[in-house]
Write a protein that binds this ligand. Structure first.
Ligand code: MG
Ligand code: ZN
Length: 216
């Protein structure tokens, strides 16, 4: 979370939440399902969106992705190259997207053209937690390469997300990480009510279970 004056911080978050609600209503009016994807740099957010985008398109759904990054078009290009409609959204300096940035992107889109829209947040496990964007589901994706302590270090993002995914389980042993430790931490944090979903986006492991968790 950024350091802001106490009163001001409250106003910023309140205003963000107001705009997020209006984004949500607007997406609903057009019958669009929206999924936000949060996670560190390199956790596999873009690859996950591309993979799920392919599966959904094969089912006949119309899919688009908003690629949030501080600068550059790398993710936007990867998505577009995979055949996924996408829109680039550079934050300039901010280390997270906010609801107003998403509102402006939605302004430039024809929402009637899509059934599902993904929003890839900036690679960051801290402040995206505080800025809901108006999605139906907030997904957090971590990978085994980040170590086994991510849940213990980043409570907020796991508490503020609906679905948690552990990616790159195919190389867990090579990076000396035990997925069970991460799953245990997550179960403890969520009072045993939620379970972390294991997958390897690269090998297409665990995708069906995740799609079910996202009602897709
Ligand atoms: Mg990415
Ligand atoms: Zn930030």
């Amino acid at each position: 979370m950024h350091m802001v004056q106490m009163g001001k911080e409250y106003d910023v978050l309140k205003e963000n939440s107001r705009i997020a609600h209006s984004n949500y209503r607007r997406l609903k009016e057009h019958g669009v399902r929206c999924i936000e994807v949060m996670g560190s740099i390199g956790s596999g957010k873009t690859a996950f969106i591309i993979k799920v985008g392919e599966i959904l398109r094969a089912k006949g759904l119309r899919v688009c992705a908003i690629a949030g990054d501080v600068t550059g078009e790398d993710d936007y290009r990867r998505m577009t190259d995979s055949g996924l409609d996408s829109v680039n959204c550079n934050t300039g300096r901010e280390c997270h997207l906010d609801a107003e940035m998403v509102r402006r992107v939605l302004d430039g889109m024809d929402l009637e053209k899509y059934d599902v829209i993904f929003i890839e947040n900036v690679g960051n496990l801290v402040c995206p937690a505080d800025f809901p964007l108006g999605a139906d589901y907030r997904v957090v994706i971590i990978s085994t390469t980040e170590g086994d302590d991510m849940v213990r270090k980043h409570h907020d993002i796991f508490i503020h997300s609906d679905v948690a995914i552990l990616n790159k389980t195919d190389i867990a042993e090579a990076v000396d990480v035990d997925p069970e430790i991460i799953e245990r931490d997550y179960a403890k944090l969520t009072g045993g009510l939620k379970k972390m979903h294991r997958c390897s986006v690269k090998r297409s492991w665990g995708m069906e279970e995740i799609l079910r968790a996202l009602d897709l």
